[in-house]
Design a protein around this ligand. Sequence first.
Ligand code: ATP
Length: 686
Amino acid sequence: MIFNGTEEQEKEYLQQVIDIINDTINSTDKSVKEHVDTLQEYKDYLWSNKDIDPHEIRSMRESILNHFARGENVIDKRNRLSKILDIPYFGRIDFKENKSDSKNIPIYIGIHTFFDIKSKRNLIYDWRAPISGMFYDYESDEATYSSPSGEVHGKISLKRQYRIRKGKMEYMIESSVTVHDDILQKELCSNADDKMRNIVTTIQREQNRIIRNEDTPVLIIQGVAGSGKTSIALHRIAYLLYAQKGKIASRDILIISPNKVFADYISNVLPELGETTVPETSMEQILSTVLNNKYKYQDFFGQVSELLEKPVPDFIERIQYKASFEFVSRLDKFILHMENHYFKATNVKIAKYITIPAEFIGEQFKRFHRYPIRQRFETMTDYILEMMKIQYNLTVTTAEKNLLRKEIKNMFSGNNDLQIYKDFFEWAGKPEMFKMRKNRMLEYADMAPLAYLHLALDGNKTQTHIRHLLIDEMQDYSPIQYKVIQKLYPCRKTILGDASQSVNPYGSSTAAMIQKVFITGEIMKLCKSYRSTFEITCLAQKIQTNKELEPIMRHGEQPEILQFKNTEEETTGIANLISDFRNSGYTSLGIICKTETLAKALAQKLQVHTDNISLLSSQSSAYTKGVVVTSAHMAKGLEFDEVIIPQADNKNYHSTIDRNMLYVAVTRAMHKITLTYSGIQNQFIG
Ligand SMILES: Nc1ncnc2c1ncn2[C@@H]1O[C@H](COP(=O)(O)OP(=O)(O)OP(=O)(O)O)[C@@H](O)[C@H]1O
């Protein structure tokens, strides 16, 4: 007989589980109170007894710390239990091991494990537990999972999925191959949120493989638009925190994300999965920190805007040159060249009668060739003075030592990063490839090579406290940027992106290029696209065909392409679409323009027609629901129930980068899309 065979029995069982969780919460409350009381007793004792001997103080200190830690653990447990009260579990598999004496065991799967002390049974298994992996990997029949003691083979006789909200079961679905799809379809049909949500109930098999991959040191995920890359990467982090508990904590992980809005958008997933959020940074921040925040520079957003608004061939050429592997290898050769030609040893007169010969200093420069050049000066000084002490029994003063170090440093003509960077272009025979902008501002593409040179000369400031690095939107970073990352973060990595969504087509990287930098890297692909309806995906495919993309069979409205007589009428048309949106059941509308300048101008015009419109710009730090006007660059990584793409004419979108922007904009839509234009219809949409 099946345990909890009917829906009625399942509902009763759910209530029983909730009651047990509530009892446990009550007993943890008692335990918290006991810890607080004990700590108060210690405090009172310390206050009222002034003459306690040091031994007693030490032992009390230990007891207090002990109580404190145990109290914190109990509070932590209580918080976890309160969180699972709403949705204790979402799935179940009945599994019987291939052993004669084994029984069919129902495994209820939820966000966290719940062990009932009274019955000494796991009532709920964490979705990340090895046994839970079978829920995602198998439908029914033969199944296997890896336990710490080896592979366990058996049979799944039942698989169920539940939708439980606020402790009440809304529905339950008995599994067959298609059922998994039904729940997935329901999830995908729901409205977008202002924060990315977890997908733990409907993780797909190919996604689960990525989440649970612990073997690969550098995992490179190439996934088509809407394939769940970002979601999967965050679930993977949650999985690693569970599987490697005690070895890795949230603070040991770092996310490199494209901007603050995106970081805010994804910030909810880990807390929803019961983990704390992990630190986040950007490529610009990393590069600028390496260079001690010394330079003013054009940021990535500035580079993309310039490429879209006034693309000058020279500028494109400079970006392309610095994004090549040839450039990286030239830089490496130049570093070698500096080693051989930038240090010119001279005699140094140190004490009244002693001169250190140039030849001897030159020899020491070579002796310490394993040190980065700028780290050598101190070591060379110490070594030379040590030799003098042995040979001449001469001890020098601190001032003399400082003088020697200074003289040695001055023998090296590569102490100024910017100067040697300029020298490099002269040496490479390409002085035109470096251009300083107005107000001594560096171009974005110069930041990484400059940081690379700096690290080569000063030594790596390796961030050993970071144990796992996650890089999203991998396609937007160039090989030299990855080289810098490799030097700074020798840890394990998850790198994800989509080559078709580059907003940096002249400096982008494919998964294969990234693998060339990280030779231990393994590429895994996600080809199924979940975000958009079939009709929206077909439109995106028209703009940029990706043969690997497999659309999800979820149907919706046909995309609309609306022509207007002029821009004024187009604005009125968009205002009408906004009012339609407000009467629909959708909650988010993204009006995605090609550039931020266009977005600002349109937002202003629209405000005459309607209020409650927000502009999402490169200066924004959070994504809000409702009607949002933004640029394709800012919209990257986000999603909206409905998308409007204004000015989708041939003039606005004609180059390769324009095409990429249009593709990014279209792929943001989940359920509905409208393109508007006046003038000539865009060639990319046919
Ligand atoms: N297994 C799944 N179950 C439910 N929803 C899913 C699943 N996989 C992906 N999704 C949904 O698909 C959408 C896209 O996910 P996500 O943003 O992670 O994809 P992405 O590949 O990073 O997208 P892009 O590169 O286009 O920004 C989200 O709404 C996500 O919830």
